[in-house]
Structures are given as structure tokens and as C-alpha cells.
Design a binder for this molecule. Sequence first.
Ligand code: HEM
Length: 146
Amino acid sequence: MQEPKKPNDVALPIAAVDPAAERAAEQSIYLQLGAEKFWQIARAFYARVDKHERLRPIFPEDLQEPIRNQAEFLIQYFGGPQTYSDRKGHPRLRMRHAPFPIDLTMRNDWVDCMRGALIDAAIPEPIVALMMAYFERTATFMMNKP
Ligand code: HEM
């Protein structure tokens, strides 16, 4: 007979159970998606930024360099080659974002564009959930304005 479900027997985010397991899961994503999917995500993300009333003005006019930065960074973070750091050094994301005014609204706008980009690039579950958990917490960490 099956054990009755305990009241706390719920699906916790993997990070709440084992942060090392979550990091290992994140780092398996590159192997599952391949480099081209990350370029698709970066292009889809910046296509959304390009049309965004609040986000567009804080990005450079030419989005080719941001697309490259984002694709190479995500490839590196999610377990692929370290091309980003070979080119630019340690990501130091919070420092690199200091020049841009990032409040809760901008943070949420950024996260919405990224969620949309994962859909545009047809990224499957459970990879979307893992990637979004990373984006949600990191975007919060980027906030530098009340
Ligand atoms: C999960 C959260 C985020 C990640 C992983 C991320 C990642 C990055 C990376 C890797 C770069 C390139 C930095 C460089 O190499 O110089 C960058 C640049 C930038 N980010 Fe973010 N970012 C995040 C959140 C945000 C948010 C919330 C905003 C503002 C709403 C923002 C605005 C910018 C801007 C304006 C740039 C400059 C464009 C460029 O030079 O590539 N980012 N971000």
C-alpha cells in the first residue's frame, strides 16, 4: 500500500532541497540545448527589448553586441564553453549593471522579455522552469534603485 501523503510532501523547487543539485541541473542545460538555441534566445530577447517602451532607451542603439554578450554569457552560465570570460573576464554582473537604473518595474520588464524569449525559442520544460528560476533571482540581484 502507498504511504499517505504527508502535509509537507509538496514539489519544492530543487534549490530549496539541494543547491548543488540545482547548479548541476543548470550546467547540464547547454548539453541539452546546444549553442544555437542560446543565440536564438538572445536574439528573441533583444527583439522584445527593441520594441519595449521602458527597456529600449537604456540599451545601445546597435543591439548586435548585447546579443553576443547575452548569448555567450548564457552559454557559459548554463554549462557551455567559457567564451564570454575569455573575451571579457569575470562577468561581475552587478557591477556591469551599475550604470543602468534598475528598479522593480525594470526588473520585471526584463524578466518578462526573457520569459517571452524562451517561448519564442521553443525551449521545453523542465528547462524553462530551471532557467526562469535563475533569471528571477539574478534579475532581483541586479536591482540598484528603490
Ligand atoms: C538575470 C538577470 C540578468 C542577466 C543574467 C544579465 C546579463 C547581462 C550580461 C551578460 C550583459 C553584458 C555585460 C557585458 O559584457 O558588458 C548585460 C548587459 C546589460 N544588461 Fe543585463 N542581465 C540581467 C538583468 C538585467 C536587467 C534587469 C536589466 C535592466 C532592466 C539589464 C540591463 C542591461 C543593459 C542595459 C546592458 C548593456 C548591454 C550590453 O552591453 O550588453 N540587465 N546583462
